[in-house]
Design a binder for this molecule. Structure first.
Ligand code: UDP
Length: 308
């Protein structure tokens, strides 16, 4: 009998890469997605696989699923700032009610549960790089609060199910990730810059471009998530690439790699946009024997064809 995993949000960018990984490792995969921001084309290549099943469902509503599960990977949520500003209430609901429903299913099935959390729990951090023990600097009522606080609640309820119901839970704090299958119009820096550069259109730099991020390639992220799922750790683990760079440096690199004639134009910085972000990955290295392998230039070269 093959082990079965449920991936909520499995038609999204990261969820769909996770599906591929679990199928390649011999698992059966059920993807549950309401396609608010997920896309069928991300999973179309798996639809004929007898070990793969897609269920269209909003996990904010009760989840009814027959049979055993080995694990639930809870990835359902809008995740791009532009998306969660467009869908603030669904973002809060999937982080809160959706996580509750997914945990309830994990309790009923007595299976593992992995929460996709985020570096956004650190808000606009006053400590750089961010270790897991840092509690963050989040504005609860700002426009990003709908995502940040939903994920903070999701972490709290996940720990409660671990402590009070002994569910075998894991929490991954995902830092900026990129790769094929990101939506060209998802509003994040790498999809925007790549789409703009490939059309020789102006690169939209929000603020001065001195703000920093650290970009992790999708295959590195999912390798870390898989190791975390099989580990004994219950408290949050950062997974990301600590190669911190300014957005201006990223834009110039993308212009160079695409051979673009785009010019950089400066626009207003979104409210509460973090000034710095970089994962401290000491815990993941130590506990999971994991570290990212794909450097930014190689990762971008692999991503560019999917944006053409
Ligand atoms: N950003 C930008 N231009 C864009 C999109 C994003 O300058 O067209 C900036 C954004 O303000 C932030 C950084 O790029 O400082 C990363 O933004 P993204 O939306 O990718 O994700 P975040 O890390 O903020 O969650």
């Amino acid at each position: 009998m093959k082990k079965r995993v449920l991936i909520t949000g499995g038609a999204g960018f990261i969820g769909s890469h996770l599906s591929d990984l679990f199928l390649s490792k011999g698992y059966q995969v059920i993807v549950m997605d309401n396609l608010l921001t997920g896309k069928m084309k991300n999973i179309a290549h798996n639809l004929k696989n007898k070990d793969f099943k897609f269920i269209k469902h909003n996990v904010t509503e009760y989840i009814d699923l027959k049979g055993d599960l080995f694990a639930i990977l809870h990835f359902a949520s809008p995740a791009s700032p532009a998306d969660y500003l467009k869908y603030p209430i669904p973002t809060l609901k999937v982080g809160a009610l959706g996580t509750h429903n997914a945990l309830g299913l994990a309790l009923a099935k007595r299976c593992k549960f992995l929460l996709a959390s985020t570096s956004e729990v650190y808000g606009d951090p006053l400590v750089n790089p961010q270790p897991e023990k840092y509690w963050g600097n989040v504005n609860p009522i700002g426009p990003r609060g709908v995502y940040d606080e939903a994920k903070r609640f999701a972490e709290a309820i996940t720990m409660a199910y671990n402590r009070y119901h002994s569910v075998d839970t894991k929490i991954v704090r995902i830092f900026n990730t990129y790769g094929p299958r990101m939506r060209g119009n998802d509003g994040r820096a790498i999809p925007n810059f790549l789409s703009q550069a490939l059309k020789d259109r102006p690169i939209t730099m929000y603020g001065s471009g001195k703000q920093t991020r650290s970009f992790c390639y999708a295959s590195d992220l999912i390798a870390g998530i898989y190791k975390l799922l099989l580990s004994k750790e219950h408290e949050p683990v950062n997974i990301g690439n600590p190669n911190e760079m300014s957005l201006l440096k990223l834009a110039k690199l993308i212009i160079r790699l695409t051979g673009s004639e785009s010019k950089i134009v400066y626009e207003v910085l979104p409210v509460d946009d973090p000034k710095v972000r970089c994962p401290d990955i000491g815990k993941a290295k130590r506990l999971l024997k994991w570290h990212p392998k794909v450097q930014i230039e190689e990762g971008l070269e692999n991503t560019i064809p999917s944006f053409k």
